[in-house]
Design a binder for this molecule. Structure first.
Ligand SMILES: N[C@@H](CCC(=O)N[C@@H](CS)C(=O)NCC(=O)O)C(=O)O
Length: 209
């Protein structure tokens, strides 16, 4: 069985991606949670189980897979439902997940995940607005092009998992999206696995991460 190392559910957006993917697809795994060091780097602490000193990290027997995208691809080798069945939807889903993985830096910096709280943004800078506009465009495209309740069709796939932390961020910071995107956000926020994540996050100690 897979072992997935993650950090604090309230703050660790990267940890949420493979966790929600496994949960939403009903793939069994053991969860190992290692708390962030309060106010300092957790690198040394995480190096004990993760070669990069970062979470998430998946261990499967002798195999260690670090980085959320590599983990999704590794799981996909045994579980084809990780990506959409349709080739065109799969290409779109991979592109959108990769864009999330390597982009949206302003959103990540200005709207850190804090899924149990509501916070006020000082202002929406042009750079942040660009990220928000791009998110709306990507989500709207997936939802209209593939016509399902999830971003790349009727099934929850890795692309939904990759944007899951953003669904929390929209709630925390009161970010505004089109009705089409908001319907997906609401679906994500009401997903039983997202609710389970928040309930666990609420029981964690707050830190100055
Ligand atoms: N690109 C990596 C990013 C992983 C990452 O940045 N993880 C953060 C936590 S969300 C971390 O482990 N930080 C260590 C620290 O804060 O010292 C991935 O996709 O897994």
């Amino acid at each position: 069985m897979y072992t997935l190392w993650i950090a604090n559910k309230n703050y660790s957006s990267w940890s949420l991606r493979p966790w929600i993917l496994l949960k939403a697809l009903n793939i069994p795994f053991n969860e190992r949670l290692s708390y962030f060091e309060d106010g300092e780097s957790s690198h040394e602490k995480f190096k004990v189980f993760s070669p990069s000193g970062l979470v998430p990290c998946l261990v499967d027997g002798d195999t260690t897979v670090w980085d959320s995208l590599a983990i999704a691809e590794y799981i996909a080798e045994d579980h084809i439902q990780v990506w959409p069945k349709d080739r065109i939807a799969r290409a779109w889903a991979r592109s959108a997940a990769a864009e999330m993985h390597s982009g949206f830096t302003t959103l990540r910096q200005m709207c850190a995940m804090n899924c149990t709280n509501t916070l006020k943004l000082e202002k929406i800078t042009p750079e942040l607005q660009n990220d928000l506009d791009r998110l709306d465009a990507v989500w709207t495209e997936g939802l209209t092009k593939f016509g399902g309740k999830w971003l790349a069709g009727d099934s929850f796939t890795a692309v939904d998992a990759f944007f899951a932390p953003v669904a929390f961020r929209t709630r925390t910071y009161g970010l505004i999206f089109s009705a089409t995107s908001q319907a997906w956000i609401d679906r994500m926020l009401n997903h039983p696995a997202m609710i389970e994540w928040v309930e666990a996050a609420a029981k964690e100690p707050a830190i100055a991460h």
